[in-house]
Design a protein around this ligand. Structure first.
Ligand SMILES: [Zn+2]
Ligand SMILES: [Zn+2]
Length: 416
């Protein structure tokens, strides 16, 4: 038996309803806010991510599926969507038509993490990015939009965490303060030692306990923000209050990627016991330039699709099996032809219809009809063909009636 690769999985028809519902709600809400869908390739030149995510991030250093093409140039299975969206914005010069673009995309991402329960090497994300707008009101709107989505999906116990990561200007002063504080500490983990020179801010993000302990009393970015960044953060908070979004300021929320500026956020839930993030994102005013485009502000987020499905499926139990409206049982050649035609006609009128192809006994066929979870079973046998009728059984009531063949479609249209 051939099985899926470790860390990869099938999403089976039994599970798909939750996936589809989340996708539908997200699309509806995003489009109400003016977002348009973009579909991107899964494979990109490695430099898109190396430059777009940062050479010194865990993702780029350890987790990417990268392999050479026939000329030896490296290509990578996308580990996230933002860098690809920005690559596309630049490649197609979207900014020349309208610098303001609101885009979303839904699809699989790939990271070579250690496979464990609930974590996959092919995982799914719902991403949205707004390019060309630097207003903090937009940052708040995005958080309102995400809260609305989770409310529609009935995800409870939500908390919205925010922080400001400043701009290159105020971050420079802060990094100096942080490094001089760290100068007094004994030893940090290997990763943090490297971060000292590459991106000191990310030391705040370290999960290693000894690092965390040593960081107690470290200077905080919020005390070093320049006036512009301060006003940006204040406006964001004000707008969230206007919409009654309760938020927490998390001084240690820095997120894993190098390119974030100003607003960073995470939406967490306690639905599955421990607190866990279902969405995260932030502003990245420098990224478009890093990837070779014009100076353009940007902000975006990713929703962990797999996690969200897990939360919603755990609450709603098993999916309901949606059966056909009509299931045809036909006996004999003439009857089968009639069923074949009626089945097609119903489907073309958006009425779910299926037929039994097995040509078995009435009893065996009836079993299949029951199993299909249909609302009506349409029976066509020799008698029905002779009389020009169809016997229609209401599966819920158990009642049966005869309908003239010529009236069948209109009767079914009235019945749904
Ligand atoms: Zn600043
Ligand atoms: Zn560390």
């Amino acid at each position: 038996m051939i099985q899926t690769i470790r860390g990869f999985r099938d999403i089976l028809p039994d599970e798909i309803q939750v996936w589809q519902r989340i996708e539908q709600e997200a699309k509806n809400i995003f489009e109400n806010y003016g977002f348009k869908e973009i579909r991107l390739p899964i494979l990109e030149k490695t430099e898109v991510f190396a430059r777009g995510i940062g050479e010194n991030t865990d993702i780029v250093e350890k987790e990417m599926f990268t392999f050479p093409d026939s000329k030896g140039k490296n290509q990578t299975m996308r580990p996230e969507a933002t860098a690809s969206i920005v690559r596309s914005y630049i490649q197609h010069k979207m900014y020349a038509r309208d610098p303001e673009q609101k885009l979303y995309t839904i699809g699989p991402m790939f990271r070579k993490e250690r496979p464990q329960k609930g974590r996959y090497r092919q995982f799914y994300q719902i991403n949205a990015e707004v390019l060309g707008i630097d207003s903090p009101i937009l940052d708040a709107q995005i958080l309102v939009m995400l809260n609305l989505l989770f409310k529609r999906l009935e995800v409870k116990n939500l908390s919205t965490k925010i922080n400001s990561l400043g701009c290159p200007l105020c971050r420079k002063t802060y990094n100096e303060a942080l490094l001089s504080f760290i100068g007094n500490t004994e030893n940090l983990c290997e990763d943090c030692e490297r971060r000292k020179t590459k991106n000191p801010l990310r030391i705040l993000d370290c999960k290693v306990e000894s690092c965390r302990n040593q960081l107690e009393g470290a200077p905080l970015l919020k005390d070093y923000l320049c006036d512009e960044c301060k006003i940006h953060f204040e406006t964001l908070k004000n707008c969230l209050e206007l919409e009654n979004i309760s938020y927490e300021i998390d001084d240690y929320l820095v997120r894993g990627l190098d390119y974030y500026t100003k607003t960073a956020f995470e939406i967490q839930t306690r639905e599955l016991g421990a607190q866990s993030a279902v969405a995260g994102g932030g502003r990245y005013d420098g990224l478009i330039e890093i990837l070779g485009g014009p100076k353009t502000p940007g902000i975006g987020f990713a929703i962990g699709f797999d996690r969200l499905v897990e939360i919603i499926a755990a609450k709603n139990g098993e999916n309901n099996n949606i059966g056909p409206i009509v299931y045809f049982l036909a006996f004999g050649k003439k009857a089968s032809e009639k069923a074949f035609k009626l089945c097609n006609e119903l489907a073309s009128k958006n009425i779910r219809a299926e037929m039994d192809f097995s040509d078995k006994s009435m009893k065996a066929s009836m079993k299949k009809a029951n199993k299909s979870n249909c609302r009506f079973c349409a029976i066509i046998g020799e008698t029905e063909v002779e009389k020009g009728i169809i016997s229609l059984k209401n599966m819920e009531l158990g009642s049966q009636e005869e309908i003239l063949e010529k009236d069948f479609i209109s009767t079914m249209e009235k019945n749904i």
